[in-house]
Design a protein around this ligand. Sequence first.
Ligand SMILES: C[S@@+](CC[C@H](N)C(=O)[O-])C[C@H]1O[C@@H](n2cnc3c(N)ncnc32)[C@H](O)[C@@H]1O
Length: 288
Amino acid sequence: MSDSLHTPEAPHPAPGHEPGVSVRHTRDKGEPRFPDGPKADPAGSHFERRIRSFQPRRSRVTAGQADALQRLWPTWGLDIDGQRVIDLGELFGNDHRVVLEIGFGMGEATAQMAAADPATNVLAVDVHTPGQGNLLNLAEHHGLTNIRVGNGDAIILLREMLAPDSLDGLRVFFPDPWPKKRHHKRRLIQPEFLSLAATRLRPGAILHCATDWEPYAEQMLDVLTAHPDFENTQADGGFAPRPEFRPLTRFEGQGLDKGHVVNDLLFRRVQQPVRQHAPHRDIPPTGA
Ligand SMILES: C[S@@+](CC[C@H](N)C(=O)[O-])C[C@H]1O[C@@H](n2cnc3c(N)ncnc32)[C@H](O)[C@@H]1O
């Protein structure tokens, strides 16, 4: 899809919910922020002792985003509660190939890729509430029925809710770089994550990462190259040229403005015929 893919505001905002205005509403204790929308911490993972790749933040939600979260979540949203294995055919209403995107941010690139490839279903996951509302609005406005929006930690989705070999691809575009050394353990692309992701990817599926943080790009290349479940699609064993089908993301644009160099990595899930996986023990709890 072209640059015309922009974020619309809700067509009929509720009274007091003017476009672009942040929602400030006092709630009673225990009252959900969006009664029909995404739940706060759906898996209760707050209580799980594990290092997270994201920083929980309470972000302002515009009126248009709030409207989308309330109206569209029951149809297109998925709370990652870790309680069941999802039937992806049922979730999307067809048996098309499914690609998981972890950390879609505001979702503009997600929507563009979904629009350009309607035969691929995109399960897009993030913890960022405004972004969830934004992507729902984009999906509705552009009639993108091949998108579902996941709310919660992608690790729990992979570990508890996706069946082995159920994904045809995985996209991780501009994951939080966690530049400080003491925070490197929070980076998503680590050997344990790759072992878990590999179990959910069909052999031949592509893991596509991109980052504008060069030390992280080097780390990604090292751990992916060393991992037995993945092989580099690049004959020279290096970074891939940016594929034309990957649109510029919001975070990428900010990096480019600062003069950062962007690297793409395209690795293929290889066949591992003899290995058995223990899905619930792939990522052990670590003292956070
Ligand atoms: C730096 S932003 C990049 C967003 C977008 N891909 C872009 O390029 O503009 C990284 C995003 O990943 C999300 N994220 C990080 N770890 C996650 C996890 N384990 N599960 C779901 N989302 C995660 C963050 O909330 C954040 O929105």
